[in-house]
Design a protein around this ligand. Structure first.
Ligand code: F6P
Length: 322
C-alpha cells in the first residue's frame, strides 16, 4: 500500500544539506497529495511523539542553512527491540505510514528495524564523513571538505610565517575520505588515513627532510580522526626534526555552515526520490549515488556493502605533495 501520511526526520550527526533534503521531502510530498509530518530530534521524536504537520511554507528559507531544521539526536533508547516497537506504535497513533530517515549507517539500521516493525522507511545518506559504503556520496561531505580547506588555508598563513609544521586533524570517524580530499586540496606533505597503515619515519620525517632539502620550510600534515593522536604526532615531529610543530583539531566547525551547491542539489534530488518511492508503496530502500546517478537499494543489502578506499588518489597525493 502506498503511504498517505509520511514523516521526515534527521538522525545522528547533522550535515549541511540536510535542510535541502527535508525541504524536498516536504514539497514533493505535499505536491503529490501526501500529508507530511516533521519529527523533531530523530528517533527520540518518534518515541515521544514530537511531530507536527508541515506545509509548503514550513520549509521556506532553510535551503541555504547548515544544521537541520528538524534537530537531530542519537537515540540509544530506540536501538532496542522495545524502542523500535514503541516508535512503530507512535507512528500508528500519529497516522504515519511511511518515514524518510536522513542520516548515516546507524540511522539506516534503525530504518530497517522500523520497516520490520511495519512502518515503511526510506533512508537518505546524510553525513559529512562520506562513510556509507553503498553510496559514492553523502550529503554534507562537499561542504565539510570546503570548510576544512578554508580553515587549513588560514592555518597555512600562520604556519608559513613561522616556518612551522601544522598537524591537523579532520573529522571522518573511521573513514579517510575527508582527510584524503582535503589533504590534496591543501597540498599536505603527508596525509594519514585509517585505511592505510603508515610508518612515522618514512611517511613523515623522511618526507619532511627531503622537501626541506629542496627549500621547503613549512609543512602541513593532515590526519584523519580515525588515526588521531595529533598532539603526540606534533611533539614527535618537533623533537625529531627541530621544526616547531603545532597540533590543530578542526572539530565540529566542519559540520556547520551554509551548504555548498552540490549538497543543496544532491539533498534536493534525494529527498524527491525518497517521496517517489514511498508513493509507489516501496519500503526498506536507501537512496544512493552509484556511477554518479541517484538510484535506490535495499537497506539491508546496502548496509553490507563494502567500498574500497581510493588508494589510487592516495598514491597520487603522495607523489605530488612533495
Ligand atoms: O559522523 C559525523 C561526525 O562528525 C564524525 O565525523 C565524528 O566522529 C562524530 O560525528 C562526532 O560526533 P559527536 O557530534 O557526537 O561528537
Amino acid at each position: 500500500m502506498s503511504a498517505r501520511t509520511i514523516a521526515v526526520l534527521t538522525s545522528g550527526g547533522d550535515a549541511p544539506g540536510m535542510n535541502a533534503a527535508i525541504r524536498a521531502v516536504v514539497r514533493a510530498g505535499i505536491t503529490s497529495g501526501l500529508r507530511v509530518m516533521g519529527v523533531r530530534r530523530g528517533y527520540n521524536g518518534l518515541l515521544s511523539g514530537d511531530a507536527f504537520e508541515m506545509n509548503l511554507r514550513s520549509v521556506s528559507d532553510i535551503i541555504h542553512r547548515g544544521g537541520t531544521a528538524l534537530y537531530t539526536a542519537r537515540s540509544p533508547e530506540f536501538n532496542t527491540p522495545e524502542g523500535v516497537q514503541r516508535a512503530a506504535d507512535m507512528c500508528h497513533k500519529l497516522g504515519i505510514d511511511g518515514v524518510v530517515v536522513i542520516g548515516g549507517d546507524g540511522s539506516f539500521r534503525g530504518a530497517r528495524d522500523l520497516t520490520g516493525a511495519g512502518i515503511p522507511c526510506i533512508g537518505i545518506p546524510g553525513t559529512i564523513d562520506n562513510d556509507i559504503a553503498s553510496s559514492e556520496y553523502t550529503i554534507g561531505f562537499d561542504t565539510a571538505m570546503n570548510t576544512a580547506v578554508q580553515m587549513i588555508d588560514r592555518l597555512r598563513d600562520t604556519t608559513e610565517s613561522h616556518d612551522r609544521c601544522s598537524v591537523v586533524e579532520v573529522m571522518g570517524r573511521r573513514c579517510g575520505d575527508l582527510a584524503l580530499q582535503t589533504g590534496i586540496a591543501v597540498g599536505a606533505t603527508t596525509i594519514l588515513v585509517p585505511e592505510v597503515p603508515f610508518d612515522f619515519q618514512k611517511d613523515i620525517i623522511e618526507r619532511m627532510r627531503f622537501t626541506q632539502k629542496t627549500g621547503k620550510k613549512h609543512f602541513i600534515i593532515i590526519v584523519a580522526e580515525g588515526v588521531g593522536h595529533v598532539t603526540e604526532l606534533a611533539e614527535d615531529i618537533e623533537s625529531q626534526t627541530g621544526i616547531e610543530s603545532r597540533a590543530t583539531v578542526l572539530g565540529h566547525v566542519q559540520r556547520g555552515g551554509s551548504p555548498t551547491l552540490r549538497d543543496r542539489v544532491v539533498g534536493s534530488e534525494m529527498g524527491y526520490h525518497a517521496v517517489e518511492l514511498l508513493s509507489q508503496g516501496k519500503s526498506n530502500r536507501v537512496i544512493v549515488v552509484r556511477n554518479s546517478k541517484i538510484i535506490d537499494l535495499d537497506i539491508t543489502e546496502a548496509l553490507q556493502a563494502v567500498r574500497p578506499f581510493n588508494i589510487e588518489l592516495y598514491r597520487i597525493a603522495h607523489k605530488i605533495s612533495i
